[in-house]
Ligand binder design. Structure first.
Ligand SMILES: C[S@@+](CC[C@H](N)C(=O)[O-])C[C@H]1O[C@@H](n2cnc3c(N)ncnc32)[C@H](O)[C@@H]1O
Length: 269
């Protein structure tokens, strides 16, 4: 197909917006360097301009409306946390542990699922598993529902373990809970865009780990793995809580690719 010269700019812009898999700093540079001119028709110009304007104050993932996670594409919006690379590592390590210690027909619970990225990915990688994803946020679960429309997964709205106590038991409980302490200074882009309910936790960021660990025994099968993503300074605090509420377990701590303490796994003996 021959592209008319006056359409070059239009095509360029769209492909840039679509493939802008670059850092926020670079995307700002990109926006500043764009020369929008008359070669775009009015409607297209407005559409592109709107997106570019959003890019000045919003993370690129929200502007695009999707992210790539563990090789899968998931929808995200301002009601869901933008999944991070560390969380892909959490999923990868959890899958390894499951393969080593459990069978495929297991029951998995993802607490605080947000976009659904953890639970849905586990279901895609382990099709025989029975997977439940849960969150307290109705608006996040709407996104998770869209992301899971092609697979068979249970979606539950509720506060942490409450919906499952005296009802369900699981072999794998995985969570990337809110863990940022209220005193921590975070990036402005994150602070002004991502849902605070997904970010902050009381008690130096340890509040949700304690809430989950306190009652977790009641919903665990005999053979189990618990997988937590943690903040990089929380390893000691989380281990203390594990020892307070669980006995006779193995604790495995892992660092992320940047050598920061970011994952804790608890395994039945
Ligand atoms: C750090 S985000 C993780 C989102 C997603 N799992 C990920 O890794 O990208 C924490 C999630 O926990 C949810 N959450 C906060 N408080 C909760 C509660 N009391 N019960 C259940 N979910 C909660 C938030 O809505 C948010 O989606």
């Amino acid at each position: 197909m021959k592209i008319k010269k006056e359409n070059y700019k239009k095509i360029d812009l769209f492909s840039c917006i679509k493939t802008l898999n670059i850092s926020d700093k670079d995307s700002k540079y990109f926006i500043d360097s764009l020369e929008l001119n008359d070669s775009l028709d009015k409607k297209t110009y407005k559409k592109v301009k709107k997106k570019i304007d959003r890019l000045k104050r919003e993370p690129i993932q929200y502007v695009l409306g999707y992210i790539n996670f563990y090789g899968y594409t998931y929808k995200v919006n301002k009601h869901t946390l933008i999944p991070r690379f560390e969380t892909e590592e959490l999923v990868e390590n959890t899958l390894k542990l499951i393969k080593e210690h459990l069978n495929e027909k297991i029951k998995i619970l993802d607490i605080g699922t947000g976009s659904g990225c953890i639970g849905i990915t586990l279901k895609k990688e382990l099709p025989k598993a029975n997977v439940t994803i849960s969150d307290i946020s109705k608006k996040a679960l709407k996104v998770a529902k869209e992301n899971s429309k092609d697979i068979n997964i249970r979606i539950v709205r509720g506060n942490l373990l409450n919906p499952f106590l005296n009802k369900d038991r699981f072999n794998v409980i995985i969570s990337n809970p809110p863990y940022i302490s209220y005193s921590e200074k975070i990036d402005d882009l994150v602070y002004h865009n991502e849902p605070h309910i997904a970010l902050y936790a009381r008690k130096n960021g340890l509040y949700y780990y304690e809430k989950i660990l306190k009652d977790i025994k009641q919903i665990l099968e005999k053979d189990f793995i618990i997988a937590f993503e943690t903040g990089m300074t929380q390893k000691k605090g989380v281990i203390k809580l594990i020892n307070k509420y669980l006995s006779n377990v193995d604790i495995i701590c892992k660092k992320d690719l940047q050598k920061r303490d970011r994952m804790i796994f608890i395994k039945s003996r």
